[in-house]
Design a protein around this ligand. Structure first.
Ligand code: NDP
Ligand code: OXD
Length: 308
């Protein structure tokens, strides 16, 4: 198989030697030195190179270097091209750390004390523990379920919401549009871990925020287009929401001058909540390349009609 590797984030010097050792017979090329583009059968990419993947006329499989796949420009791929997302223990572990940190920070009022410190203000607020901090997770897939479990193990009151019914120890699960109001009504912290699809685009909007109790916090580590930026700003500035932690944005990098940058109640990280760890993820990618070669079902294959 001829395999093309391209990423603006993942270092080919870390990945390619590992993949080559796991796939001794395969020809692994790093963009832009790929020879004849029509010879590439597998693309291992985070975001496709400029011009997309359409020029790869012999393409059979795309392996995302992320858990999400909306950044691949999948609508450009012919229907026979199979797509796999990345499920990696390293990536999932990092996402659970980020979510736990954000939830603890709000549960223990660190956001409040950070603002007070900037005004040299000693302001005692009676602390309460995580046992009285209800946290909700939107999306209970590989990462959402791991986040929910980790929060529950750390003493939070945890609930979750997905398309289908779930059973997760220590987590109260809701599903479907009809389950959304009951899921949201008592949360202190809402963590978004949905995939970006036509059904979930703009889900974090004015209507959803109105279902959260006053003072709730939003943590978006899904995708930027889940969030309606103006609705978040309005909900925080009116005092309905307490603040937000955002790792993903409609436009990345977040443009200079965007009102999120300097907002005192918004914490920004540069889409770094989690990333695939080549030590664990290279084997997952290599196995999918072997499967593509044999024509077997892929690990974590995307249902292209469903969009995740
Ligand atoms: P999965 O595909 O495993 O899980 C998706 C979950 O979302 C499932 O529980 C699914 O429900 C639920 N879901 C999908 N559509 C709907 C809907 N319309 N209504 C309700 N629930 C829905 O994804 P992962 O857990 O692996 O990853 C989730 C997302 O996290 C990624 O798509 C990516 O956007 C983001 N991510 C961000 C990172 C970062 O660094 N910020 C890093 C990694 C991932 P059901 O189970 O019923 O199908
Ligand atoms: C991912 C991401 O989808 O890094 O893995 O956002």
């Amino acid at each position: 198989m001829t395999v093309m590797f391209h990423s603006t984030l993942d270092d080919p010097a870390e990945w390619v030697p590992r993949l080559q050792a796991l796939l001794p017979g395969e020809d692994i090329r790093v963009w832009p030195d790929i020879g004849d583009p029509a010879g590439v059968e597998v693309a291992v990419v985070w975001i496709p190179p400029d011009g997309g993947l359409a020029r790869l006329a012999g393409l059979r499989m795309v392996q995302s270097l992320g858990a999400g796949i909306n950044q691949l420009g999948m609508h450009d791929f012919p229907s026979h091209v199979r797509v796999a997302r990345l499920v990696d223990s390293g990536l999932t572990g990092m996402m659970t750390e980020y979510a736990l940190l954000a939830a603890l920070r709000y549960a223990r009022n660190f956001d409040y004390h950070e603002r007070a410190q900037r005004g040299s203000t000693w302001d005692y607020v009676m602390p309460t523990g995580v046992g009285s901090c209800p946290v909700g997770v939107l999306g209970l897939g590989v990462i959402g379920a791991a986040v929910a479990r980790r929060l529950a193990e750390n003493g939070f009151l945890v609930s979750g919401w997905a398309r289908s019914n779930k059973t997760i120890d220590g987590v109260t699960c809701f599903s479907g549009n009809e389950g959304l109001p009951a899921f949201l009504h008592d949360l202190r912290v809402l963590i978004n871990l949905l995939p970006l699809t036509p059904q979930t685009t703009n889900i974090l909007d004015e209507k959803l925020f109105a279902m959260l109790p006053k003072g709730a916090f939003v943590v978006n580590i899904g995708r930027g287009a889940h969030l309606v930026d103006a609705d978040l700003l309005a909900a925080i500035d009116s005092g309905h929401l307490g603040g937000a932690t955002l790792d993903v944005f409609r436009e990345e990098p977040l443009p200079a001058g965007h009102p999120f940058w300097l907002h005192p109640r918004i914490t920004i990280t540069p889409h770094c909540a989690g990333t695939g760890d080549p030590d664990s993820a290279a084997e997952v990618v290599a196995e999918n390349i072997r499967r593509a070669k044999r024509g077997d079902p892929l690990l974590n294959e995307v249902d292209r009609a469903r969009g995740y």
